[in-house]
Design a protein around this ligand. Structure first.
Ligand code: FA5
Length: 347
């Protein structure tokens, strides 16, 4: 082959390779073009074999032209492959399109149970008045739950709190949080005390819209020198106003508990009818929210305090009844009924 013929072949291959690259639809196709032209048996590679047919003067020029052709095709290949790769990526992105403006899936968070919320509100109010939260046990002894609170075995007051017994004699589920009074007094004596004792209580009772067999109570106890009934009244009035609103009217009504003397119950003016009388307050205009009184001297003594020197007040309330009044819930059984339609209202 003459130099001239070689030059023509080079021009031809250049065009041919260019056209082949234009036909490429993928990076893989480009690889095919590379093999056709630059592979070991490729069209450019085989052209180098003709160099030996040329004269000594022509050979360097022909060699240069062939090398240029090789570089040219390599560069074209690279450019086309790059272009196709970008195109493939673009197509892939289009196909797997992700719309980041779509709203995310809502993550369903649970909420605190309405009784937990009520308890926390009660803690907040009493903590502001200097009361500390003191937790005691739910499984109690008959002695703590009754006897040390001035309720001996044959006392008629036991009838008011029907008891769940365990198989262990003398061990019961507490019927109220008051046994915590004895426990905290025995632990703190002779220090002054200002605590609230929250927790679950159990009574073997008929379940009704107002009574459950498991419910919550929050007990309060203050012991010190010179603690008076007026202190109790002040604390409870403040509590009622914070819980039910600043305009809430309260009334202490004489009552009876074996572990307090005198004993009272706290009524608030009916928050539904504002005292005019309705179904909830049974026409009286008042709602009972807790029991309270001055700690009985015998109970103080059982706690280790000398009743000649110390006095105290105590109160006990039911957060379920408070939540029922606040949120106008008509049936206590809803609290433990696990009906989400009810529970979700207190989010
Ligand atoms: C007592 O349990 C006294 N220990 C309260 C007390 C403490 C008085 C300290 C004086 C000094 P009572 O049985 O009334 O009292 O219960 C107190 C509150 O617990 C009630 O007002 C009510 O809100 C709640 N309660 C009682 N029994 C049930 C029940 N079965 N279901 C739901 N709540 C109840």
């Amino acid at each position: 082959m003459s130099l001239r013929e070689l030059q023509e072949r080079i021009e031809h291959i250049k065009r041919e390779s260019q056209e082949a690259l234009q036909r490429c639809r993928s990076v893989k196709d480009c690889e095919g073009v590379r093999v056709t032209f630059l592979g070991r048996r490729g069209k450019v590679t085989t052209l180098f074999e003709y160099l030996k047919d040329l004269s000594g003067e022509e050979r360097p020029q022909a060699g240069r032209l062939l090398n240029e052709l090789k570089s040219h095709i390599e560069a074209q290949l690279e450019a086309r492959a790059y272009q196709l790769k970008a195109q493939e990526l673009e197509e892939q992105l289009q196909k797997e399109r992700l719309d980041v403006t779509l709203p995310g899936r809502a993550y369903r968070l649970g909420t605190l149970h309405v009784i937990t919320q009520t308890l926390r509100e009660i803690y907040r109010i009493f903590q502001q008045m200097g009361f500390e939260v003191y937790q005691t046990r739910e499984v109690e002894t008959d002695e703590m739950n009754f006897q040390l609170l001035n309720i001996p075995p044959d006392h008629p007051a036991r009838e008011m709190q029907s008891t769940f017994y365990t198989t262990t004699p003398g061990v019961i589920l507490r019927t109220h949080t008051s046994p915590g009074q004895i426990r905290v007094m025995r632990e703190r004596c002779p220090e002054p005390i200002r605590v609230i004792l929250p927790g679950k209580c159990y009574r073997y009772e008929q379940i009704t819209p107002r009574s459950e067999i498991q419910f919550t109570q929050v007990e309060g106890l203050a012991v010190g020198r010179g603690v008076r009934m007026s202190d109790l009244k002040g604390v409870l009035t403040e509590f009622a106003r914070q819980m039910f609103g600043p305009e809430t009217a309260v009334k202490l009504r004489g009552s009876y508990f074996p572990f307090t003397e005198p004993s009272v119950e706290l009524d608030i003016r009916c928050i539904l009818c504002e005292g005019r009388g309705c179904r909830v307050c049974k026409g009286t205009g008042w709602l009972e929210i807790l029991g309270a009184g001055m700690v009985h001297p015998t109970v103080l003594q059982n706690g280790g305090y000398d009743p000649e020197e110390f006095t105290g007040f105590a109160f006990g309330m039911g957060p379920e009844r408070i939540a029922m009044l606040k949120h106008r819930i008509e049936d206590i059984r809803l609290f433990l009924g696990n009906d989400l339609r009810f529970l979700e209202q207190f989010g």
